[in-house]
Design a protein around this ligand. Structure first.
Ligand code: NAD
Length: 267
């Protein structure tokens, strides 16, 4: 086993973008703590096996990122099992598509809870640990193209992804003095289980079954049909920017929300 580059914790890493980030950081030389909801245990174990094969230390910590005590324990567990915390990736997220007028308060609360309260708790407990260790750190969150522009049928999701940008900027100001950088990635459409219902197998957007209002559907389709880079976004496209943000070389980048969307957000 080569010398460890540090310890990284990635939430929502049983599948999709989180899984890809976990594998990439392991390849980069980090020991990895994997988190997801308890019902994703079997998938987490599969990712853990892949990381072990790469010759890195790994542990699995199921927890719900919306629950204060569970996030606190998740960070403590990672520190106990792997020896510290250098990189926190608050990646876990949920999306619900509904028009503003048909959406429910329950769905709003759930989306904001996972996508904004979750990262807040992850940032907070990671920062406490990193400050105590006194060796700097990297805190990285998941925003979205919906954190840079309002998307129809996505009011709660859009609000939550703007929220994490605000949280990131405020935390970046406070934590810079400790050598801790705080940034977010903003994916465009990436082929993962989250987007299965919105994309066909070739990666073409298909909003017809989900967005019944023709005006909103046309707006979304024209956005997605005019992406300058003709490539179907993959989880690895996000993992590579996280790899850089987690590296020592990225020490002078903080408070940023980096678009990885083939250029959609220029529109
Ligand atoms: P995904 O649905 O495939 O994976 C998300 C994971 O988060 C799941 O395994 C889920 O179980 C986990 N999760 C949900 N609630 C949780 C909770 N309370 N506690 C712990 N884990 C929880 O999604 P993905 O496409 O891999 O997205 C990852 C992140 O990137 C999300 O924050 C998402 O909003 C963001 N994002 C994705 C896209 C995209 O096109 N896929 C675009 C923009 C932003």
């Amino acid at each position: 086993m080569s010398i460890s580059k540090g310890i990284a914790l990635i939430t929502g890493s049983a599948q999709g973008i989180g899984r890809s980030i976990a594998l990439r950081l392991a390849r980069d030389g980090f020991d990895v703590a994997l988190n997801d909801l308890p019902n994703k245990d079997a998938k987490l174990e599969l990712v853990a096996t892949e990381i072990e094969r790469l010759g890195r230390k790994v542990c699995v910590i199921p927890a719900d990122v919306t629950v204060n005590e569970q996030v606190k324990e998740m960070v403590n567990d990672a520190v106990t099992k792997l020896g510290g915390l250098d990189v926190m990736v608050a990646n876990a997220g949920v999306v619900t598509l509904a028009s503003l007028v048909s959406s429910t308060v329950e769905s709003w609360d759930h989306t904001l809870s996972v996508n904004a309260r979750g990262p807040y708790l992850c940032y907070k407990y990671a920062a406490m640990q990193m400050i105590e260790q006194g060796r700097g750190g990297r805190i990285i969150g998941a925003s979205s193209i919906a954190g840079k522009m309002g998307l129809p049928y996505n009011s709660s999701y859009t609000a939550s992804k703007f929220a994490i940008r605000g949280l990131t900027q405020a935390a970046a100001v406070e934590l810079g003095q400790y050598g801790i950088t705080v940034n977010t990635y903003a994916p465009g459409a990436i082929q993962t289980p989250m987007t299965e219902a919105m994309m066909d197998e070739s990666g073409n957007a298909d909003y017809a079954p989900l967005v019944d209002d023709p005006c909103s559907r046309k707006w979304m389709m024209s956005l997605l049909e005019n992406v300058p880079i003709k490539h179907v976004g993959q989880p690895e496209d996000i993992a590579s920017i996280v790899s850089y943000l987690a590296s020592k070389e990225a020490h002078f980048i903080t408070g940023q929300c980096i678009s990885v969307d083939g250029g959609i957000s220029m529109n």
